[in-house]
Structure formats: structure tokens, C-alpha cells
Design a protein around this ligand. Structure first.
Ligand code: ADP
Ligand code: MG
Length: 702
């Protein structure tokens, strides 16, 4: 990006804020830190919400717990209340309009005392609560502007409210944005030519931005609703722009990858026969299909980047291990990374079992492997004697030297380790080749969303489970039927089954985790007198955990009381009953994972979700989704619909460019079009005008 031009003229998208009227060096530094350096930044950061200041509500309209209202009135009284807590103050004021008066309370905003004083006229926006009287607590407040130019932008119309920034008073910001909209926005390169815009039924970018900041300017009635609830063409245009940015970035990442060299790994028919002979069972049709797709990638000479998604128990691990064998046949090593040590241990066990007699040597490297064994392992690795190294994601962070790393398998279970994947380095063979990457995910997501979030990856999906599985009968019950739930658990155990009781954690503290699981275990043991009850949680010593697992697997324990550590990596075919306490505290995808711990053998299995007495109706309806379907795709889709992709997939903190306006589920049609359009643009050789910075919409205000 060229350095933004300084000075007053001209007012271009690239003009620096520093030096604009009202913005000195100190202010501009603070703004740059908050992500606002240029006029373009002002245009791209949309308001948090809008206030209708054309028609005000009246104080008499306020109801405790009602919707937030915008009022306009005169301050009749004000005082700073001292409190005993240091650094904490309450500023109280009374606002009066022709219908009555109401108290306002501001916490730790003593500076309001400078202007919010009797006689001042102010706009107030907030929700009333009942504190022996009606009070607006910490409402948004703004002084009536004196300057007529400011008044034109701040009164008598729908007014944008921006993220509050100490360096940028609302009135100054509105002035700058208004000027940016008239002078700078028309100069933005619009990637939609008029004929594209017409075909997509979307307005020009400059018009969409104008409408998003100051609704009503572009004609038509103003719409003060929050962005998400608005469906105007203008917002769709901005959502489209955002999706287009994302698709362009993903497409570029893909092109860069496809230009790099990678080991060429061919599998002839003899290798494929050898693979089939290794397995005690035939592969499912979708496993075969996935292996074919992987095989084509490995042959291509360019790094594979493939997401293998499939429900819990659909057989992803086997596919990964077979891929490692393909690589080993050509002299390449594989690193298999699991999200937890427990899961790494389980993968290592699976690998040992499958690879015996295959000529490929697996090994496990976790934090627990230390001293001499670790040194021996690392040396064997660098000699190329180890074909498959299993470890946690930390494996790639430490300097572990492979002789010829050809394949990295990342098992993400239900997490989306976007950050981790980005960190996957060119740490490979000495030959400047990049390793192939296979990502395993147990959160099956709709294909269009997979493309949106992982447009740089290819996707293989295991659509079926190995034969012989019986679906898990799932019920949601309230606390009142808890006794009954434990009675059927006892009956199942009495008939030869084994059971998990999963309990939530109050806090993620070491001592509390241990104590709360111990308390739960005692309670379960009391309810199930005569049954052998064991405990399992993440903070137990490794040996104790292994002992508990081994005893449960061997049938020496009937009931295992556990935290969500059982969610990953535990395979006990005899387990046929799962009871989850306070099920409302778990996410849908997580509960589905937990449910995958039963129904793995021949016994008909049961899952009972016990909702705590505090569970909301919404939470109960969420749980009912699980009772209604055994299909991970359906569960994931519902989870996405309810929580949004950021929450459901945990991508919010992961560094994935956030979609703030577009919703990849609700705007699926736009997504498809943006994807197609991104390829068309690439073919046309068009540049990205915003250098792939997405349009911002800051989080909702209080
Ligand atoms: P995932 O990792 O997708 O949850 P796994 O790879 O752990 O699933 O497989 C789950 C179970 O199914 C394992 O016990 C595995 O041995 C078994 N399995 C995998 N593929 C098949 C198959 N084609 N036929 C029968 N059993 C299979
Ligand atoms: Mg697995």
C-alpha cells in the first residue's frame, strides 16, 4: 500500500486522517491504533447502529425491561456520587421532556460532569430498568450540537452511531464520514461494472456505503434496524463485497500453493492391494472415494491441502493412516498432529495396530517422552527410520527434524485450527518441497460453508458410517426425570452394558476440576449402589487416567464419570449408555461428539441428556435437535444456524478474516455468486481495491 498522502486536499480514499480538520498528531496516533488511519478506513467501518432522531420517543413511553428508546430533553439535575470503591464513581442526572422526567446513571464516567449539567440539552439512548424507580443505566448520551452543520448530520434524521473512540467525538466523525461519502466514496474502484451490478441486482458500492452510514440519503425510507435485521440491497452489496474479498484471498492462497513443488507420491495397484490387505474390514465407498481423491493430490507434484470431513466414527483415522503408508512407500515421513495428548496416544495405538507387518514404523512423541527415549526417538526420526510420527499440535512448534517429511495430517476434531494450519510451515525435506497437508474434521459442515471458510482447501467427505452400527436413541429429560434416567442406566449396566456419565465443569481450575468430578462420582456411586464407578478428568495424572480407561475398557469399571475428555479418542465398543448432566451447558456439536462415544459396538445404545433446572426454553429446544437426528451434518447445520459460524466453529479468535456483515449460511446465494465472481475477476486480472481488508462492523454496543 502506498503511503497515504498528507494534507487537506484532495479528500481521497487514501488521504491520511492526520492533518484533517480537527485531527492533530496525538489524535491521529490514537485513531491509527484503533485501526483508523485513512479516509478509506472511515468509510469501511460501519456504524454499530443507527438512532432515529427524526421522531423521538418520550420519557412517558419508557417501561422497565422494554426496548431501548431514543429520547431528547433537558438536564434538570446532576450530581457525582462518591463511592467507597477507589476509581469507581456514579454520575447521576435527570432528563426531562414534555412528558416527564427520568433518572440517568453513568458508571465511572466522571468526565460527563463537564457538560452534562442542568440546562444542557442531550440525546439519550438506552433501556430502562426498575431500581425502585425507572432508571436508564449507562445510556448512550450526546450533547445537542450547536453548529448548524453538525445539527444537519445529528438531528432530524436517522443518525449513525459508531464504535466509541476517545480520540474521535461522534460529531466530528459524522462530519468526516459525510465528507468521505460525497468526496471519496465515488472515487473508490468499484469491481462491479454496471452490467455486473445489474446482473446481480446490487447497487453501486458508493451508494451502498452511503446508505449504510446515513440511511435515507440514497432515497427510500430510512431503516433504523440493526444491520443483521436489514435486508436492503445496500447491505447485500456490502455483504457481497465482503464475501468477494474473502474469496479473492482464498483463491490467491490456493494459486500460491498450487505453484509450489511437493513430493510426487505415486501409488500403483500393488500398493493399493497391499493397503487393502492391511485392513481387517473392507473400506466404505466414501473411504475409497476419499483415498482416490487423496491419491490424485499426492501424484500432482504440488502440495495437497485437503479437508477430510466426516461424522464421528466415519473412519477418518484409517484413511489418514493409509495415506501415511502411501507416503512411506515412496520414502516420505508423515507427522500426525492431534489436538490433545490423549487423542495422540489413541492415534498412536491405532497406527501400531494397523501398521504391524506393513513395514512402516509409527512412534509417539508427546511432552511426556523425555530424556534418553526422546533423544533416541529424535535421532531415529532424523535417520528416517520412523515413518509416522504421532504427536500433538505442539510438535511443529518445537524443532523436530524429519529426514523427509512428505505429509502432515492435522486432526482437528471439532475445532477449526485455522491459525494452526496457517502456521504449518515449509518445514519439509531438504529439497525445498512443501509437505502435503490433510486436515481431519469431525464437524461436518455444509459444502458451501466449507468452501467459504476453506476455499483454499479441497474437501473430501465421508458420508456414511461403517456398516453394523445401530443409531443411538437420544432423549432429553428435565431434572424431574433424573431418577428415572439413572434407573434405566442401571438397568442397561445390569444387562451387560457399560455407561458414561458426563458432567460439566464449574470452572477450569485444576483443583476444582478434580474436586467437582470427585463429588459427582460420589453422587453417582450413591445412586448406583453395587456398581463399580470410576472417574476420569483432564487434570488426573496420566497413569491414573490410563488406568481408569483401561479398567473401563476391560469391564472392571461399569460406569465412568468423566468430563469432556471422553469426547475425543475413546473407543470402547461395549459402552452403550451415555448420560450427560447439565446438558444445556454444552454445545450441540460437542454433545454430538460425546454421543459418538456410544453406539460403537453391537449393543443398542442410549443417550440421555439431563437438562438442569436453570435451562432456558431456548436451550431445551437446542437439545431437542439431538433427540431428532443422529446425523452430524444436520446437527452442525443447526448449530451454525443458531450460533453463527464464528461461535459454532470457534473461528472468532482464530484469525480467520471475520465476516461481519455477510452470514455464510443466510447469504449462501451471495456466497456462491461471490465465488464465481472472484474467479471471473481473477481471469480478468482485476486487482483487489481494498487489498483484501474486509469491511468492518464492530461488535454490538452494550
Ligand atoms: P473417526 O476418526 O472418523 O471418528 P475412526 O477412524 O476412529 O473414526 O473409526 C471409528 C471406528 O470404526 C474404529 O474402530 C475403526 O476401526 C472402525 N472402522 C473404520 N473404518 C471401517 C470400515 N470400513 N469398516 C468397519 N469398521 C471401520
Ligand atoms: Mg477420530
Amino acid at each position: 500500500m502506498p503511503r497515504p498522502a498528507r494534507g487537506r486536499e484532495p479528500f481521497d480514499p487514501g488521504t491520511a486522517l492526520d492533518g484533517l480538520p480537527g485531527i492533530g498528531p496525538a489524535r491521529s496516533r490514537a485513531l491509527a491504533e484503533a485501526g483508523l488511519a485513512t479516509v478509506l478506513d472511515l468509510l469501511l467501518e460501519l456504524p454499530v447502529r443507527h438512532e432515529d432522531r427524526a421522531r423521538f420517543a418520550r420519557v412517558a413511553d419508557l417501561v422497565a425491561g422494554g426496548p431501548p428508546l431514543t429520547l431528547f430533553g433537558t438536564i434538570t439535575a446532576a450530581r457525582l456520587v462518591r463511592t467507597r470503591r477507589r476509581g469507581f464513581s456514579i454520575y447521576e442526572a435527570t432528563l426531562e421532556d414534555e412528558s416527564g422526567s427520568v433518572d440517568l446513571a453513568f458508571f465511572s464516567q466522571p468526565w460527563l460532569a463537564r457538560w452534562l449539567t442542568p440546562g444542557a440539552r442531550a440525546f439519550v439512548h438506552g433501556r430502562a430498568v426498575w431500581k425502585r424507580r425507572l432508571v436508564l443505566e449507562s445510556p448512550h448520551v450526546e450533547a445537542e450540537p450547536e453548529d448548524p452543520d453538525d445539527a444537519a448530520l445529528s438531528v432530524g434524521r436517522v443518525v449513525p452511531i459508531y464504535r466509541s473512540l476517545p480520540g474521535l467525538p461522534p460529531r466530528l466523525r459524522r462530519r468526516l464520514v459525510a465528507r468521505a461519502l460525497t468526496e471519496a466514496a465515488p472515487k473508490l474502484p468499484d469491481r462491479l461494472r454496471p452490467e455486473d451490478a445489474a446482473a446481480l441486482d446490487l447497487p453501486p458500492l458508493a451508494e451502498a456505503l452511503r446508505e449504510a452510514h446515513f440511511p435515507g440519503i440514497a432515497g427510500g425510507p430510512p431503516d433504523p434496524r440493526p444491520f443483521r435485521e436489514r435486508t436492503s440491497r445496500h447491505l447485500r452489496r456490502l455483504a457481497f463485497e465482503e464475501l468477494l474479498e474473502l474469496q479473492t484471498a482464498l483463491a490467491r492462497r490456493r494459486r500460491e500453493r498450487e505453484a509450489r513443488p511437493a513430493p510426487r507420491i505415486e501409488a500403483d495397484s500393488s500398493v493399493r492391494k497391499a493397503l487393502a490387505a492391511m485392513l481387517p474390514f473392507p473400506l466404505t465407498a466414501s473411504q475409497k472415494q476419499a483415498i482416490r481423491e487423496i491419491g490424485a493430490d499426492l501424484r500432482s507434484g504440488h502440495p495437497m491441502a485437503r479437508l477430510l470431513q466426516g461424522d464421528v466414527g466415519s473412519g477418518k483415522t484409517i484413511v489418514a493412516v493409509l495415506t501415511a503408508v502411501l507416503a512411506a512407500r515412496r520414502g516420505f515421513q508423515t507427522a500426525l498432529l492431534a489436538p490433545t495428548t490423549l487423542l495422540a496416544e489413541q492415534h498412536a495405538e491405532t497406527a501400531h495396530r494397523l501398521l504391524s507387518g506393513s513395514g512402516v514404523t509409527p512412534a509417539l512423541l508427546t511432552g511426556r517422552v523425555t530424556g534418553r527415549p526422546r533423544a533416541a526417538l529424535l535421532s531415529a526420526l532424523s535417520e528416517g527410520e520412523i515413518g509416522l510420527l504421532v504427536g500433538t499440535h505442539a510438535l511443529l512448534e518445537r524443532p523436530v527434524a524429519f529426514r523427509s517429511l512428505g505429509l502432515v495430517v492435522v486432526d482437528e476434531q471439532h475445532r477449526f485450527g485455522v491459525a494452526q494450519r496457517a502456521a504449518l510451515p515449509a518445514r519439509t525435506s531438504a529439497r525445498r518441497e512443501h509437505p502435503h497437508v490433510l486436515v481431519l474434521s469431525a464437524t461436518p459442515i455444509p459444502r458451501s460453508l466449507a468452501l467459504a471458510l476453506h476455499g483454499d482447501l479441497d474437501v473430501s467427505t465421508l458420508t456414511e458410517k461403517p456398516p453394523g452400527r445401530t443409531p443411538v436413541a437420544t432423549a432429553v429429560v428435565d431434572e424431574g426425570r433424573r431418577e428415572e434416567a439413572y434407573r434405566s442406566l442401571a438397568a442397561d449396566v445390569g444387562a451387560g452394558g457399560r455407561a458414561y456419565v458426563v458432567v460439566p465443569l464449574v470452572e477450569e481450575s485444576e483443583t476444582i476440576e478434580g474436586r467437582s468430578v470427585a463429588a459427582w462420582t460420589e453422587e453417582v456411586a450413591r445412586r448406583l449402589a453395587g456398581r463399580r464407578v470410576g472417574a476420569l478428568h483432564g487434570k488426573m495424572r496420566a497413569e491414573a487416567r490410563e488406568t481408569a480407561m483401561r479398567r473401563f475398557a476391560a469391564g472392571e469399571i461399569d460406569v465412568l464419570v468423566a468430563t469432556t475428555v471422553v469426547e475425543v479418542g475413546i473407543d470402547v465398543p461395549e459402552a452403550s449408555f451415555l448420560l450427560v448432566e447439565n446438558a444445556e451447558r454444552f454445545g450441540l456439536a460437542q454433545l454430538h461428539q460425546l454421543r459418538g462415544r456410544v453406539g460403537r459396538g453391537a449393543r443398542a445404545s442410549t443417550c440421555v441428556l439431563v437438562a438442569g433446572s436453570g435451562a432456558s426454553p431456548e436451550a431445551l429446544s437446542r437439545l431437542a435437535v439431538l433427540a431428532g437426528t443422529d446425523d452430524g451434518f444436520a446437527v452442525a447445520e443447526e448449530d451454525l444456524r443458531r450460533r453463527g459460524p464464528g461461535e459454532a466453529l470457534g473461528t472468532r479468535q482464530s484469525g480467520l478474516p471475520g465476516l461481519r456483515i455477510a452470514d455464510p449460511i443466510a447469504d449462501r446465494d451471495l456466497l456462491e455468486r461471490a465465488k464465481a465472481f472472484a474467479s471471473a475477476l481473477a481471469a480478468r486480472g482485476a486487482a483487489a481495491p481494498f487489498e483484501e481488508r474486509l469491511i468492518l462492523r464492530p461488535g454490538d454496543p452494550r
